[in-house]
Design a protein around this ligand. Structure first.
Ligand SMILES: [Zn+2]
Length: 299
């Protein structure tokens, strides 16, 4: 190899190293709407232009405000009989049933909203569409893209997908490219730790790595800030919530039951678990019921 070519190779390696460690502690996420789109040649992280998603920040002492926004929790949408490795049965909703549930929710006049819309309503007094509802899915199974996304797009709905970032390369889970596909389709992507850890049992350093680390992982994949978090197994305590806040999340969901979201508790929002035996009619009853149908489910 000639000297110029050797120098060129060294420069290329140096550039790669810069791309690989672009995150620093406490940095704001990089990526902006102005970032050039590169269809090829610059690595999978930059295959498409990032969405212009603004960073959201929790006010130190927000005015108390409450909104009725039920949050539905899904895990898998999949044909259980064909699962090679069986999931928890109650956490697998059949594809036809999921479609029927979304159709019923839409026909009953509910409007799915984004995390940014919920944040705007809670902290800026912004108005929401009539009968607002959040659809969420935990754990980042490939089903999110293969089963849920087509239904949501067909019906003009949005949802939030909480990703376990340490499983992005495991079989059956979303790949980074699929996570970006959800994002570019207008869906929200939130974090669900790196390893689905039982957070309250962890030493502080590990807890911090799971929470803040998963946010950094996702921001690296998406190229824009990440606002939303879901507690694995719905497990949290005061220290865990403080770490979620410290990491920069502004909205976080539990598995406690309820339909009412408050600006004073935006990091411990209740949800409605949608299990395998739930029906479209049952979901509509839950959405109407003050207090929902109780929480539960894996989280
Ligand atoms: Zn989970």
């Amino acid at each position: 190899m000639t000297l110029p070519r050797l120098l060129g190779a060294a420069l290329a390696l140096f550039a790669l190293a810069l791309v690989g460690c672009g995150e620093t502690k406490g940095s704001t996420p990089r990526g902006s709407a102005a970032a050039p789109s590169a269809a090829s040649g610059s690595g999978p992280h930059h295959a498409a232009e990032p969405r212009p998603v603004a960073a959201l920040h929790l006010p130190a002492s927000p005015p108390p405000r409450t909104v009725q926004v039920p949050i539905l929790t899904y895990h898998r949408v999949h044909t259980f009989a064909t699962e090679y490795t069986k999931s928890i049965p109650d956490e697998t909703v059949e594809p036809a049933r999921f479609a029927a549930e979304m159709r019923a929710v839409s026909r009953a006049g509910y409007h799915t909203i984004t995390q940014t819309q919920l944040f705007g309503a809670l902290f800026r007094g912004r108005s929401l569409p009539p009968k607002p509802v959040l659809v969420t899915a935990d754990d980042g199974y490939a089903d999110d893209v293969t089963q849920m996304l087509p239904v949501l797009r067909r019906m003009g709905m949005v949802a939030t997908f909480y990703i376990i970032t340490g499983r992005l390369h495991e079989a059956g889970f979303l790949t980074p490219a699929q996570v970006r596909a959800l994002d570019r389709a207008g869906m929200d992507v939130g974090a669900h730790t790196r390893t689905h850890a039982d957070l309250p049992t962890l030493p502080l350093a590990s807890m911090r790595a799971e929470i803040a680390g998963s946010r950094r992982d996702l921001e690296r994949v998406l190229g824009h800030p990440v606002a939303a978090f879901a507690y694995p197994y719905g497990r949290f305590d005061a220290t865990v919530v403080a770490e979620v806040r410290r990491a920069g999340f502004v909205l976080a969901v539990t598995t406690q039951g309820g339909t009412s979201e408050s600006s004073l508790a935006s990091l411990t929002m209740p949800r409605i678990h949608v299990g395998r035996t739930q029906t479209a009619a049952g979901i509509l009853a839950c959405l109407r019921a003050v207090g929902g149908c109780g929480g539960g489910g894996g989280g």
